[in-house]
Design a protein around this ligand. Structure first.
Ligand SMILES: *[C@@H]1O[C@H](CO)[C@@H](O)[C@H](O)[C@H]1NC(C)=O
Ligand SMILES: *[C@@H]1O[C@H](CO)[C@@H](O)[C@H](O)[C@H]1NC(C)=O
Ligand SMILES: *[C@@H]1O[C@H](CO)[C@@H](O)[C@H](O)[C@H]1NC(C)=O
Ligand SMILES: *[C@@H]1O[C@H](CO)[C@@H](O)[C@H](O)[C@H]1NC(C)=O
Ligand SMILES: *[C@@H]1O[C@H](CO)[C@@H](O)[C@H](O)[C@H]1NC(C)=O
Ligand SMILES: *[C@@H]1O[C@H](CO)[C@@H](O)[C@H](O)[C@H]1NC(C)=O
Ligand SMILES: CC(=O)N[C@H]1CO[C@H](CO)[C@@H](O)[C@@H]1O
Length: 513
């Protein structure tokens, strides 16, 4: 992301789409009682430098003049209207919306400084804004809330120069604030990791990983107060961003960091107890301790190419690990790290996205290559088999893909590309801009074009406004529902035939039957 101030705007698309349930037989007469239409709202929002285009129905846009945008978006129902509201970061002189009770100076920053803003997902109106850092900051939302608790939801902001601040997501007010000193040349490795409550204050704690001179240190901060629970200790490894916390079958917590073609690891128990010299209720896993001590904190995983991404994915008995290297995707058993399957591609650059292609059966959306030869594939997570694939040329800087649960226990998949019909006479594939497509597994032959944008996109994310629901469950209310077809044109792809394509736009009317 460039650090130059441009006009940025946050744009949000809200779709209300019926989802077909049951068999997609040859009879395509839309009869709601046969299809059991449910409404599902897709909320996809992105931050882009301002294009000059009309506001569509179901789309809102707010402009920030001469601001710097950052690659951060989070969603939370801030105003309790049952629609996810959007949190984002921007850098500007005093709050450009004029609805912030704080100026940069009030928080001890010079102008311009970095603000966190919360805007209504339904209308785009600003709910709150406040300065949180001088320059760009790490922000992580929703990690301090104990699971299933009614505690206020918070965003943790790790600013530069060192401060660790928890902001109440609903009001923008500070819950706690602590200075934090990371060495002059140290860099914080994203993301902040949530570890079990070690200081017994009822809130999960935070593990911050810092890299300085080829060495990664970890320190633990209290989620309740922001105080340091355990001072920095070396993990004995170097590494890169993209760490995750993995829980083994024995219930032991391990930090995993990509380091070259291996995985570097350390138990949270070891990290905490060594420095704090206190006991903890955390467990360690003898099998993992053996694997780690044999190879100086490294787990040998026989990866082809440097490891880029790591993901915990649902397995049969606890989480397995999906490992993405520059050359292949590999699913590892979450306990003994034996490969379950390997999917070799020549060029892996993007983080995969999890979703459900068949009902309740996890699948992973992957990309092979970028540019004109890009292929988008859906793999069965259990076997690595290809479920769906589509050639879809990409552009440099395409936003990441996304998936959202739908009411039929599957997912809709969203990806950007520049798919063109083969008969088109277009000399410059990028001229029309990058387009956002949606695939729903019920109609695997249809790619629905949802939007097109001809300027760079800084951040993009999708949220569903409510969790996965059982079919025939509640019908949402008060979403101001624009029809499914709004701004969307069906586009045939792969095995498409016109009948299916037409069916996608039609349900918008059938909902009202
Ligand atoms: C920011 O706001 C403060 C207080 O309202 C004001 O004193 C200051 O001049 C403003 N700075 C800019 C650059 O607008
Ligand atoms: C940061 O790194 C530079 C160059 O590597 C070095 O000159 C400087 O002393 C370092 N600063 C600190 C605080 O370590
Ligand atoms: C990292 O931890 C070591 C002790 O393990 C300590 O000596 C060093 O100062 C720490 N570095 C930072 C940047 O905190
Ligand atoms: C990935 O793309 C490359 C180059 O386009 C191609 O040679 C390779 O067969 C593809 N891999 C898969 C698994 O489709
Ligand atoms: C594409 O269009 C241009 C002008 O619009 C024309 O000169 C050219 O012959 C066309 N190319 C093809 C392959 O149709
Ligand atoms: C881009 O999308 C808008 C509406 O979303 C549509 O009117 C326009 O024709 C599209 N442009 C292209 C080149 O497809
Ligand atoms: C200072 C200011 O204008 N505050 C307003 C910000 O927006 C909220 C919600 O619209 C209003 O209630 C505040 O008065």
């Amino acid at each position: 992301m460039s650090n130059t101030a441009v006009n940025i705007c946050v744009q949000i698309l809200v779709w209300t789409c019926p989802v077909f349930l049951g068999k997609t037989g040859s009879n395509r007469v839309v009869e709601p009682h046969l299809f059991a239409c449910l409404l599902v709202v897709f909320v996809v929002s992105f931050i882009i430098p301002c294009p000059d285009r009309p506001v569509l129905q179901g789309v809102w846009r707010i402009d920030y003049n001469a601001a710097v945008a950052y690659d951060f978006l989070a969603a939370e129902d801030v105003n309790k209207d049952k629609i996810q509201d959007i949190l984002f970061l921007y850098k500007n002189t005093n709050s450009s919306r004029g609805n912030s009770s704080f100026s940069c100076a009030d928080e001890g920053f010079s102008c311009p400084c970095t603000f966190v803003a919360a805007v209504s997902g339904a209308s785009g109106s600003v709910l709150w804004e406040r300065p949180v850092a001088q320059d760009r900051a790490f922000v992580e939302c929703g990690i301090l809330q104990p699971r299933g608790s009614a505690a206020p939801s918070a965003c943790v902001v790790l600013g530069r120069p060192g401060s660790l601040v928890a902001v109440d997501t609903l009001t923008g007010k500070t819950l706690w604030s602590q200075p934090s000193s990371f060495g002059g040349n140290a860099s914080v490795l994203s993301p902040l990791l949530r570890v079990p409550d070690l200081d017994a204050d009822g809130a999960p704690d935070l593990l911050v990983l810092i890299q300085e001179e080829n060495q990664v240190n970890g320190s633990i901060y209290s989620g309740g107060t922001g105080q340091q629970v355990s001072p920095p200790d070396s993990l004995g490894v170097d590494g890169t961003s993209g760490s995750i916390l993995h829980v083994t079958r024995a219930g032991a917590h391990y930090v995993l960091i990509p380091c070259g073609t291996a995985l570097c690891s350390r138990s949270v128990k070891g990290l905490y107890e060594k420095v704090s010299r206190r006991d903890s209720p955390l467990k360690s896993d003898p099998l993992w301790e053996d694997m780690l001590s044999a190879a100086s904190h490294r787990l040998v995983v026989h990866s082809s190419g440097a490891i880029r991404y790591l993901m915990n994915v649902p397995g049969k008995a606890g989480d397995d690990l999906l490992l993405v290297s520059t050359e292949a995707y590999m699913l590892l058993d979450g306990q003994d790290l034996t490969p379950r399957w390997t999917f070799g591609t020549t060029q892996v650059l993007r983080k995969p996205v999890l979703g459900y292609y068949k009902p309740d059966t996890p699948a992973v959306l992957v990309e092979n290559g970028t540019g004109p030869d890009r292929q988008v594939l859906l793999l069965d997570l259990g076997s690595g088999a290809v479920l769906w694939s589509q050639a879809l040329p990409g552009l440099p800087g395409d936003p990441p893909s996304a998936s959202l649960p739908t009411a039929d226990h599957r997912s809709a998949f969203f990806f950007w590309g520049v798919h063109e019909p083969t008969d088109s006479n277009q000399t410059e594939p990028g001229a029309a801009g990058r387009r956002l497509y949606m695939l729903h597994p019920t109609l695997p032959g249809v790619l629905l074009e949802l939007d097109n944008v001809s300027v760079p996109i800084v951040a993009f994310q999708g949220w569903s406004t409510w969790p996965r629901v059982a079919p025939r469950a509640t019908r949402p209310s008060g979403t101001g529902s624009p029809a499914c077809g709004t701004g969307a044109r069906p586009r045939q792809a792969g095995r498409a035939h016109g009948e299916e394509a037409a069916a996608v736009t039609r349900p918008g009317t059938s909902v009202h039957h």
